[in-house]
Design a protein around this ligand. Structure first.
Ligand SMILES: [Zn+2]
Length: 78
C-alpha cells in the first residue's frame, strides 16, 4: 500500500513525502523564505508573521502560489 499525502492548500498528491506541500507550493515556500531573509536585512527586524501580513497586503505583486502559502502559514502555523 502506497502512502499518500495531499497538499493542505491545493489537495494535490505530494510526490515527495518529505515535503509538507506539493511541488508548486514547496517551491513557493522556498521563495517566501528567501524573500523573508531579504526583507529582514532591509528592515533590521521583522517577525515571520509581520512579513506574512505584508506579503498578503501586496496582492497582485506576488505569485498565486506564494500568496496561498503565505495565507496558509499565517492562519495555520504557530
Ligand atoms: Zn499545493
Amino acid at each position: 500500500m502506497k502512502a499518500s499525502k495531499q497538499c493542505p492548500i491545493c489537495k494535490k498528491d505530494i510526490e515527495n513525502l518529505q515535503e509538507q506541500y506539493c511541488k508548486n507550493h514547496s517551491k513557493a515556500k522556498k521563495e517566501l523564505k528567501k524573500g523573508y531573509e531579504a526583507w529582514l536585512k532591509a528592515y533590521g527586524s521583522l517577525s515571520w508573521d509581520d512579513y506574512l501580513q505584508k506579503i498578503l497586503n501586496l496582492e497582485g505583486l506576488v505569485g498565486d502560489f506564494v500568496r496561498e502559502i503565505a495565507q496558509h502559514e499565517f492562519y495555520f502555523s504557530s
